[in-house]
Design a protein around this ligand. Structure first.
Ligand code: ADP
Ligand code: AMP
Length: 214
């Protein structure tokens, strides 16, 4: 099963992608996580990506396409995968499509997690990310057991720089301009499905499971 998660920043793509990966036993591939790991490790890719990420802008297509095309051809992807945060532009989607066509493959579902802009800024200001392992929480909707301490690795939790309200507004503008057109793109390919992302995160997941099957 090959799945793309679509939706605004903060819609809950990562939250649902992790649950899908666990239930269906497929890898969760988050380009945002890959860039953050590269920043943490001080790689050249990380240095380049950071300048765009800090501004709330998209990293150029050429820095992200090959990385994903290589990743989906690894052994653990042979039964499928869930892409989170990729594609984010029409050229990225076209490049993925072409690369998969060469392998005789195609995506099965593009799941659009719908959340109105009005809810997003609030949601992002409550998101906390672990500096150690990158796990994400929400101070109200998905709290840790102990305040400010990651349940998974015991690391410290922070508000990501790009989750500060002024950057979130910019990311939303970028989303509407560059990423939202993918909804029509995948509708035209007959693989778009939509779920209401404003309900409790367990209910969002139930709606996804109804679509993907038990
Ligand atoms: P994305 O990957 O789309 O940027 P996340 O999955 O990181 O978004 O979710 C953004 C924030 O909202 C996180 O703090 C997450 O815990 C919280 N969240 C996710 N889904 C829901 C939901 N259905 N209701 C309330 N909060 C949610
Ligand atoms: P995310 O964790 O998915 O919200 O991504 C955080 C940031 O990483 C984005 O705001 C972009 O700057 C960058 N990024 C992640 N995925 C992509 C992508 N597919 N194309 C371009 N930039 C990306």
């Amino acid at each position: 099963m090959k799945i793309i998660m679509l939706g605004a920043p903060g819609a809950g793509k990562g939250t649902q992608a992790k649950k899908i990966a666990e239930k269906y036993g497929i890898p969760h591939i988050s380009t945002g996580d890959i860039f953050r790991a590269n920043i943490k490790n001080g790689t050249e890719l990380g240095k380049k990506a950071k300048t765009y990420m800090d501004e709330g802008l998209l990293v150029p297509d050429e820095l992200v396409v090959d990385l994903v095309v290589d990743r989906v051809q690894q052994e653990d992807c042979k039964n499928g995968y869930v892409l989170d945060g990729f594609p984010r532009t029409i050229p990225q989607a076209d490049a993925l499509d072409k690369a998969l066509a060469k392998l005789g493959e195609k995506m099965d579902y593009a799941i659009n997690v719908e959340v109105p802009d009005a809810n997003i800024v609030n949601r992002m200001s409550g998101r906390r990310a672990c500096v150690g392992c990158g796990a994400t929480y929400h101070i109200v909707h998905a709290p840790t057991k102990e305040e400010n301490i990651c349940d998974t690795c015991g690391g410290e939790l922070i508000l990501r720089d790009d989750d500060k309200p002024e950057t979130v507004l910019k990311r939303l503008r970028v989303y509407h301009e560059q990423t939202q057109p993918l909804i029509q793109y995948y509708t035209d390919k007959n693989i778009l499905v939509e779920v209401d992302g404003t309900v409790d995160l367990e209910d969002v997941f139930k709606a996804i499971v109804r679509i993907l099957g038990e």
